[in-house]
Design a protein around this ligand. Structure first.
Ligand code: ATP
Ligand code: AH0
Length: 363
């Protein structure tokens, strides 16, 4: 089946849209990919909705969050139209869309996680069956609701010598260990780029530390790094998952822009190293996806902290910018087939769990 996957990640950089051909099981063929960036105004609106939503004790239809949800749907409709145009594929030929939406608050400890963007509206606007709200069923059943990509990582790595690990360096970082028998252990490891982005914006006005250049010019402040790492979260055994705002840049305030960037980048690397301690065995390879793989300083620090050279996923022919969007296309097909998307080893769900709400377009 041809399936579209749509992801708007915690970095708020834009919508990732991927078209793949898949059976939702062993077969996956990427067909097309494109990003639809948010304008500065859109990014600011989404960031505001995120701060507001996180202050709530449970999801509720507050007007600014509803307006942000409408913006999410509009931008995703545009992304689908452009993706189909690029690929020369008609909407009628696409079997399903997997629509993640935008996480505005993730509180599995309180029994909820909140992704904005109405999948029924997206189905109507595109005319394509849409699977959405992928995380809620897992959280309602006592799981973390994240990370969900592991089932897709398992499909991608099936032909490799196992165990391997796939590390996603997005706003938040998450790791998937695929064991020799295909068993999965996965969890969020800590911030990846989220804190660095916040620091860059506050200190320099830039959106991110392009190619890790500022971090490369700075010095890692060991005492500040220790303060950042002095957090029981890193000792906790998986399953575990994070909200983008669970960590802040408070500890690096007062450092120079360069030293702060270096220290936050080292923090990401150190937390990846801590994460490897929670895996059942040492992976033979550490494959890296997500925006952080474009940051050579981050990759160097991860190599130093872990003693393993991280390999950008692109070396295996997997577009590391498209992987999350592809994963939601893959999961949407699994949902249509009634197959599980989360597992005891990935979200802590008691049993393998299907997930996602299916919305058919109104004809
Ligand atoms: N050339 C680059 N140099 C340094 N950092 C980069 C570069 N390109 C991208 N990044 C970082 O990657 C981030 C985007 O990564 P990505 O798109 O994987 O995140 P996301 O999908 O929004 O997050 P998540 O996976 O947490 O949902 C940017 O915000 C930036 O910090
Ligand atoms: C709640 C939420 O949106 N979590 C994201 C976030 O971004 C990375 C990490 O934290 C991961 O747990 C998850 O996304 C990916 C797509 C996942 O579920 O696998």
């Amino acid at each position: 089946m041809l399936a579209i996957g749509l992801m708007s990640g915690t970095s708020l950089d834009g919508v990732d849209a991927a078209l793949i051909e898949t059976d939702g099981e062993g077969q996956v063929r990427p067909v097309a990919f494109r990003g639809e960036p948010y304008s500065d105004a859109a990014r600011a609106q989404l960031a505001e909705a995120t701060v507001l939503a996180l202050s709530f004790d449970k999801p509720r239809p507050s007007p600014p969050v509803v307006a942000a949800g409408d913006l999410i749907v509009r931008t995703h409709v545009l992304a689908v139209q452009k993706l189909l145009r690029d690929a020369g594929v008609a909407a009628d030929d696409v079997g399903v869309i997997g629509f993640h939406g935008q996480t505005v608050a993730h509180r599995p400890d309180r029994g909820w996680t909140w992704q904005i963007g109405d999948g029924a509206a997206l189905a109507n606007a595109t005319g394509i069956t849409t699977v959405w709200d992928f995380r809620s069923a897992d959280v309602a059943a006592g799981g973390q609701g994240a990370p969900l990509l592991p089932v897709y990582h398992a499909a991608l790595t099936a032909g490799l010598t196992l165990p391997v690990a796939v590390l996603n360096l997005g706003g938040v970082a998450n790791i998937t260990w695929v064991g020799p028998d295909g068993g999965l252990v996965a969890f969020d490891t800590g911030p990846a780029n989220g804190l660095i982005d916040s620091w860059m914006e506050a200190e320099t006005g830039a959106r991110f530390d392009a190619d890790g250049a500022l971090a490369a010019s700075g010095r890692v402040e060991a005492t500040v790094l220790d303060t950042l790492l002095d957090n029981p979260w890193f000792d906790a055994a998986p399953p575990k998952s994070l909200d983008r705002n669970d960590f802040t840049i408070q500890a690096v305030r007062g450092l120079s822009a360069a030293d702060g960037a270096a220290t936050l980048t080292a923090f990401t690397a150190a937390t990846v190293a801590r994460a490897l301690e929670h895996l059942p065995s040492r992976p033979t390879r550490l494959l890296v996806a997500g925006g952080g793989r474009h940051n050579p300083t981050m990759l160097r620090m991860i190599a130093e902290a872990t003693g393993t050279v991280p390999e950008p996923s692109d070396a295996l022919g997997w577009n590391g910018d498209a992987m999350e969007a592809e994963g939601f296309a893959y999961m949407a097909v699994r949902t249509l087939k009634g197959l599980p998307i989360s597992f005891p080893g990935t979200t802590g769900a008691a049993l393998p769990m299907p997930g996602g709400v299916v919305s058919e377009p109104e004809r």
